[in-house]
Design a protein around this ligand. Structure first.
Ligand SMILES: [Zn+2]
Length: 72
């Protein structure tokens, strides 16, 4: 548990592990609760996953896909 600021009122808020993280579509590691204003929600993750690197240029069209399949 760590002290963070409430996104709504700026007061001290507490966090706790998100019990649903890792299951289904839960993407937030921690939940955030503020005793001052009653805010309760997800806490943004410390480290957002870096944006995916530029994908390799895909060959378009059937001819391109066949060429890619055979490594040409
Ligand atoms: Zn608050």
């Amino acid at each position: 548990m760590s002290q963070v600021r409430c996104p709504q009122c700026g007061g001290k808020a507490r966090t706790e592990p998100n019990p649903y993280y890792g299951a289904g579509l839960a993407v937030h590691v921690e939940l955030l609760h503020c005793a001052a204003c009653g805010y309760s929600g997800y806490r943004e993750n410390e480290t957002e996953s870096a944006p995916a690197a530029t994908p390799p240029v895909a060959r378009s069209g059937l001819r391109g896909r066949i060429a890619a399949l055979f490594g040409r």
